[in-house]
Design a protein around this ligand. Structure first.
Ligand SMILES: [Zn+2]
Length: 470
């Protein structure tokens, strides 16, 4: 089955051919670790996890390398460290903040059903690679040193008479427009308003490393160079897919692409650039000031991670996603149904219709339509039921047994299953002695606890009562 993806750089959907099918290489920008990740970050993690799963399905799990970096050097981290650990030396406080936050992120995205990436490199462990790229850029005339900073010059890139891409091509912005729209108070060490920082001097107490390009004071990297260095180290000068949220296209990805192509004299950094769309809440922009800002952790307190994952996948990854309570509730009902039907099914193969939908630029809407069709067949055929379960597992669902899924829901409701069972036994006894007033009273008592009873017949033909949370 031919994979096709949309490439942000060329604005077209085209067939995906990996550079090396034995090692398909994907890079996605990961978190800056200073606070709980919000659900917009969760969307990016889920989208690129889905892509990782689709690539593994097509090329084999051992033939895909997925790199998701950790940005652990940043002004926001320094501010948070000083705030949360007053009196602790800044470098030590920074380490505490980045380690805690990385663990939180890891726990959150695991709960969302994301597989661990092949490599999760940390920026601070790739300073030599950053220095090497910076040296190449200075030597090539694409970057210059000024007041202990190293700056990249987009003008120099676009003036170079080579195979290089044009700066601004990814974001479809011209340098003239950028110059016209630039702020007036440009840092004095910049030759041109569009120049951006590759390296800067550290302030006293801040993390610092020996500087490149003959600068004698120690310093620290700019954000964009970190990803160029980590992608180079783990995936090489050119790789298959670079991903991230749409908000990263400019300036972050534009600058990564510029740095890497100029350093290695290449016309491409990645063959495909894939970006997931924005996320909004109940048709409004998510923001702290509007009071509708949610972290992944906030939502995990109320919903299983798989419910959040399904809610994300209902919208195509490139479209804006409107996060609504209604949609989350609908996902929860769908998963309850899927778990009850298929969680205990074994064997099976992912359904061709679902795989085909995903092969077409991760068309999750079409994939869900295929799943619904399969769901209907699955109640009648054991093979379809197993295939339905295998498809859901490939997508990161059904990580629990049906009993665990139901048990977690009951636990979350605060209802004691033993108490429910004993009330059901009392009700069964009341019905046996035709005391319907008492049996109705018990049913009402259970209903008040949120327990719904289902009276049916067991395999032996005797009446049985099962229950679930409303
Ligand atoms: Zn990045």
């Amino acid at each position: 089955m031919q994979l096709r993806f949309y490439d942000t750089l060329t604005r077209e959907k085209r067939p995906f051919e990996p550079i090396d099918p034995k090692n398909v290489r994907l890079y996605a920008c990961g978190p800056t670790v200073y606070d709980f990740a919000h659900i917009g970050n969760g969307r990016a993690a889920i989208v690129f996890d889905l892509l990782f799963r689709v690539l593994r399905h097509h090329y084999g799990a051992e033939h895909v390398t997925y790199v998701r970096n950790i940005t652990d050097v940043d002004d926001k981290i320094n501010v948070r460290a000083a705030r949360d650990y007053p009196g602790v030396p800044l470098n030590e406080a920074i380490r505490k903040v980045t380690e805690e936050t990385f663990q939180q992120y890891q726990d959150d995205v695991t709960a969302l059903g994301c597989l661990p990436p092949t490599v999760q490199p940390r920026a601070t462990e790739h300073i030599p690679e950053m220095r090497a790229i910076i040296e190449k850029l200075v030597a090539g005339g694409f970057a210059y040193v000024a007041e202990d900073h190293v700056l990249f010059s987009p003008q120099a890139m676009n003036a170079a008479d080579t195979m290089l891409p044009r700066y601004g091509a990814l974001a479809r912005r011209s340098l003239d427009e950028m110059i016209a729209g630039a702020r007036v108070d440009v840092a004095p060490y910049k030759r041109d308003v569009t120049d951006f920082v590759l390296w800067k001097p550290s302030k006293p107490g801040e993390p610092s490393w020996p500087s490149p390009a003959g600068i004698t004071v120690s310093g620290r990297p700019g954000w964009h160079i970190e990803c160029s260095a980590m992608a180079w180290k783990h995936l090489g000068e050119r790789f298959d897919i670079h991903g991230g949220g749409i908000d990263l296209v400019f300036p972050h990805h534009e600058n990564e692409l510029a740095q890497t192509c100029c350093a290695f004299h290449a016309d491409r950094m990645a063959n495909f650039w894939m970006h997931n769309g924005f996320l909004q809440i109940e048709s409004e922009k998510m923001s702290k000031s509007l009071g509708n800002f949610f972290t992944i952790r906030d939502l995990l307190a109320d919903w299983p991670g798989e419910v959040l994952r399904l809610t994300m996948l209902k919208t195509h990854y490139r479209s804006p996603l409107d996060w609504t309570l209604k949609s989350v509730e609908e996902s929860a009902r769908m998963l309850d149904d899927w778990y009850a039907l298929a969680a205990d099914a074994v064997g099976g193969e992912p359904a061709a219709a679902a795989v085909e939908a995903l092969s077409d630029d991760l068309n999750t809407a079409q994939m869900l339509a295929a799943l619904h069709a399969l769901r209907h067949q699955a109640s009648a055929s054991e093979k379809d039921r197993a295939d339905f379960a295998a498809t859901l597992r490939m997508l990161g669902f059904l990580s629990q047994t049906a009993a665990e899924w139901k048990g977690r829901k009951q636990q979350a409701s605060g209802v004691d299953p033993a108490r429910v069972e004993s009330l059901i036994a009392e009700r069964t006894a009341a019905r046996a002695r035709k005391d319907f007033k008492e049996s109705d009273r018990i049913r009402d008592e259970l209903a008040a606890m949120g327990v719904v009873l289902k009276d049916g017949r067991g395999a032996d033909g005797k009446s049985v009562t099962t229950w679930e949370m409303a």
